[in-house]
Design a protein around this ligand. Structure first.
Ligand code: ZN
Length: 431
């Protein structure tokens, strides 16, 4: 959770931004705790030289600070400071195991040169890969290159607010890393549809912030959260058992939900997911991106998980089919129905096990079956091969530890006051 991959950001940001609500009342986040002062030595010691953030004695050198410009090379950084060309070549070679200077120097990243005026040359170059990682090029006779990390401090914070536009904007306005919105949308993927955040939805989150020199550099873990959606509270507690962390509600039930293994009871698999299958009707090889379950015509087809119907119609090849979006990650499809169940149309919410249609052979099909399709992050996958995260509750032998954790965090979630600008409490909308 330390860093949110860009791809995920691209996928989720639009949905968080799109929800048409905004925040009108917020609480300031917890003040940062006072920095822990280093042990104050009472014995008389020689004062140590002041070290800069990279561990160099700040006043022993003259420093030059800059950012990598477009198309600037490693040599371009050093040549103006009288570093001999052979030294530059050796430094680049020695760096290769930790840092390829031809591929990894990025425009815009800061670097610092430590100049030794008595030698009239640069002694060290420090390149900051990101807020935490940096590379030191020691340009003395025995050229050395090493990768280092700045010490990261983890600070626990609490944030809360009432949403009137989007969660993303709420966090942004409070100066909180909006990536927290993405983490929350994943924790609650099965409980809350973040496309449908409502005015007066509210949240309280206890989370970790990673800091360097007091400056936030990213998110740590979310320890607990309370999300009030449509008048109902959804609690989440991060709990680790046997080295595996998951989120559980106040009763210790997993926030994840498992899929039903098959959309029809007592069916037989008649054709498996196969990237190269001889199609019985089209008489040619073509990928079969689903799993066929043969069953008598008219057998009820069930939604394999909670979700929202996104398609329910007839198409030439699919026949009568239904497509259900379960959350930001998973979507399922059910093809060749004899008919779609009453009331199943786009926008309708379904629960796991709800009958959404009946087995048939409409569209491109030889006999009665349901072709079950499964999308993960927009790509069709073989659901029988997928490893789903555990949806088991807290194990009996970890129960006491879980309850202790919950009892510590729950009051903190409940005590965080939520301010409403219009002084009216959130009311549950009519069902
Ligand atoms: Zn099929």
């Amino acid at each position: 959770m330390q860093s949110v991959p860009r791809r995920r950001l691209r996928l989720i940001l639009p949905l968080l931004l799109l929800s048409g609500l905004s925040v009108f009342a917020l609480l300031p986040p917890d003040p940062a705790p006072p920095p822990t002062s280093e042990a104050e030595a009472d014995s008389a010691v020689t004062p140590l030289p002041v070290l800069d953030e990279y561990g160099f004695a700040a006043d022993a050198f003259r420093t030059v600070e800059a950012r990598i410009r477009r198309n600037e090379t490693f040599a371009d950084l050093l040549v103006p400071h009288e570093v001999p060309y052979p030294t530059i070549v050796r430094a680049a070679e020695k760096a290769r195991p930790v840092f390829d200077v031809r591929r990894h120097l990025r425009a815009g990243r800061p670097y610092r040169l430590y100049l030794d005026d008595s030698l009239g040359t640069a002694r060290y170059l420090v390149y900051a890969q990101d807020a935490v990682n940096y590379v030191v090029f020691d340009l003395s006779d025995s050229v050395r290159v090493y990768a280092r990390q700045r010490p990261v401090e983890t600070v626990e914070r609490t944030a809360s607010g009432v949403i009137t536009r989007s969660l993303y904007e709420t966090l942004d306005e409070q100066g909180i890393d909006p990536a927290l919105a993405i983490e929350l949308s994943e924790i609650y993927a099965w409980q809350i549809d973040f496309y449908r955040i409502q005015k007066h939805d509210a949240f309280t989150v206890i989370y970790e912030e990673r800091r360097i020199d007091g400056e936030p550099v990213g998110l740590g873990r979310i320890r607990a959260a309370r999300f009030t959606h449509a008048g109902r509270d959804y609690l989440a507690f991060r709990f680790e058992q046997d080295g595996q962390a998951d989120y559980f509600d106040e009763e210790g039930n997993s926030l994840r939900k498992a899929f039903l293994m098959s959309p029809v009871k007592y069916a037989r698999i008649s054709s498996r997911y196969n990237l190269r299958r001889f199609h019985p009707v089209q008489k040619r090889y073509k990928a079969h991106l689903g799993t066929d379950y043969a069953a008598p015509a008219g057998t009820p087809i069930r939604a394999t998980g909670d979700g929202v119907v996104v398609e329910a119609r007839y198409a030439k090849y699919n026949g009568n089919y239904v497509k259900i979006r379960h959350n930001g990650t998973y979507t399922t499809g059910y093809l060749h129905m004899s008919r779609i169940a009453k009331g199943i149309r786009p926008g309708v919410r379904v629960r796991q096990g709800d009958v959404i249609g009946y087995v048939g052979s409409t569209g491109l099909a030889t006999g009665p079956h349901v072709c079950y399709r499964f999308w993960k992050n927009g790509r069709q996958v073989n659901h029988l091969r997928e490893e789903f995260p555990s949806s088991e509750p807290v194990q009996a032998r970890h129960r006491t530890a879980f309850e202790t954790l919950r009892n510590t965090l729950l009051p903190r979630l409940e005590q965080a006051p939520l301010h409403y600008a219009d002084a009216a409490p959130a009311t549950a909308p009519a069902p």
